[in-house]
Design a protein around this ligand. Structure first.
Ligand SMILES: [Zn+2]
Length: 456
């Protein structure tokens, strides 16, 4: 997915108590690949002017009768359906351009149809062959032929052929008897779908799937709220969640491509949070609360996947030394090899063995805080003193080096050079949108909220 960290946010890997039931590879937030080109849109805008007749005609058309159903438009009339660049440039106001629109019962009829409209057998077959790979093997094909009549015969100027989902192909001649094809993506519209549910006793994953949230969105949902909630410790059965996502659909209403999570909300006994997806100035999408404040905090709550807290910050009897001692951080128990992540952006100020600390990494964060990661089995080679790390970037692996009784990460946060309880600090929020960006965000938020209000 398109996040800055590349970290896995699959809840199955980082929520140790949950055993989700299947599926759900980390989601792709990518936009659907099939965004129509500008020229395709232009063509489709015109194309939509002549809709229903085709469906009706299609029901009665048999291939043998196709020529009888050709509609004929002269050059003047076709301006109602503006052509995209290529045609006008390639054939400026040709003397006898004819446009024919027809519906074929299948792609197999294309060659014959082209031939029936006056092309030579060779041209018809070459143009059909160029179009075929972009057309569905089954189902009706709508074809718009632009033809030029000359004394020596009929030439194909352009063929627009489309599938029922509106994807298709534009075929144009490049030389006598030679045609090129350019694929046209389906004309997609996005539908906003809202799903609400409550946590079951099993897992967030199963709860969300039961509520109708598409499984690929579940890690995205968890990540969007990961700065506000510790899913492992703060979420209980009965807590309410809501997801709104955008699903591209083709002109036949079928889902096409990956859905995109637009809104995530979670409400527990003690707190609630709701976040909206928004891309500032066309940049990478981020999550903001309803007032336009970025949810990204200076530090992540938990720097290791799937861990349980085995020892909290505070005074305790030290397991190795045997007397009461301030435990300066939080211990996260996890198997050796479990990835450890930088909890915030920063610079490496220590990387390597350091006595009882074992393999230690110290990061100095942009706000002056420091984080310590002790007892690592292995530190990644690129984590060298002076190198810069991003929030969520892996720095090493859980281990039990130094003075340690078993595999765990001992994690410390230092503020003003004093250790503080990593689980109690409330790190400051991210930036707040302003000006044009805030106005644009407000529109997007309202658009999502309208859909949410309309959902039962
Ligand atoms: Zn410890």
């Amino acid at each position: 997915m398109n996040d800055a960290t590349g970290q896995s946010w699959d809840p199955r890997s980082w929520v140790a108590d949950w055993q989700p039931g299947g599926g759900g590879a980390p989601a792709a937030l990518a936009r659907p690949a099939s965004t129509p080109s500008a020229s395709a849109r232009a063509w489709r805008a015109g194309d939509r002017r002549m809709p229903l007749a085709f469906g009706a005609a299609a029901a009665v058309l048999a291939i043998g009768a196709l020529t009888a159903h050709f509609s004929r438009q002269d050059g003047g009339v076709t301006t109602a359906a503006p052509e995209a660049g290529g045609v006008t440039a390639a054939a400026p106001q040709g003397p006898a351009q004819i446009k024919r629109t027809l519906v074929l019962s299948g792609v197999g009829d294309l060659g014959e149809t082209l031939q029936a409209s006056g092309l030579t057998t060779a041209d018809a077959e070459a143009a059909a062959a160029a179009a075929r790979p972009s057309l569905a093997p089954d189902g009706e094909i709508r074809a718009i032929l632009t033809l030029e009549k000359a004394d020596d015969g009929t030439r194909l100027v352009r063929l627009d052929a489309s599938n029922p989902d509106s994807s298709g192909v534009v075929v144009s001649p490049v030389a006598p008897g030679v045609f090129t094809a350019s694929k046209v993506a389906a004309l997609l519209t996005a539908r906003i779908i809202v799903r609400r549910g409550t946590m079951d006793a099993d897992s967030f994953y199963s709860s969300a799937v039961a509520a109708g949230v598409i499984d690929s969105l579940i890690p995205v949902f968890a990540k969007a709220l990961a700065f506000d909630f510790d899913f492992q410790r703060e979420v209980r059965a009965g807590d309410a969640f809501e997801a709104a996502f955008s699903q591209p659909v083709d002109s036949a209403g079928n889902p096409v491509g990956a859905p995109t999570l637009l809104y995530a909300a979670l409400s527990t006994a003690t707190k609630s949070a709701a976040v909206y997806r928004f891309a500032v100035d066309g940049g990478a999408p981020e999550w903001f609360d309803g007032s336009g404040r970025s949810i990204v905090r200076a530090l992540m709550r938990t720097p290791v996947d799937g861990a349980r807290v085995s020892s909290k910050f505070g005074f305790r009897i030290h397991p190795v030394l045997g007397f009461a001692k301030l435990h300066r951080g939080t211990d996260f128990a996890a198997p050796t090899g479990t990835p450890i992540y930088a909890s915030g952006n920063g610079v490496v100020t220590w990387s390597g063995m350091k006595g009882a600390n074992g393999n230690l990494v110290i990061l100095r964060h942009d706000n002056g805080w420091q984080t310590y990661y002790l007892h690592q089995n292995r530190i990644l080679p690129q984590i060298s003193v002076g190198s810069r790390v991003g929030q969520g970037q892996q720095i090493g692996e859980v281990g039990t080096t130094g003075r340690s009784t078993g595999p765990h990460l001992h994690y410390e946060v230092h503020v003003d050079n004093e250790p503080v309880d990593p689980l109690s600090i409330r790190t400051e929020g991210g930036r707040i949108l302003s000006g044009e960006a805030l106005i644009a965000f407000g529109k997007e938020r309202d658009r999502i909220d309208v859909s949410r209000a309309g959902a039962s």
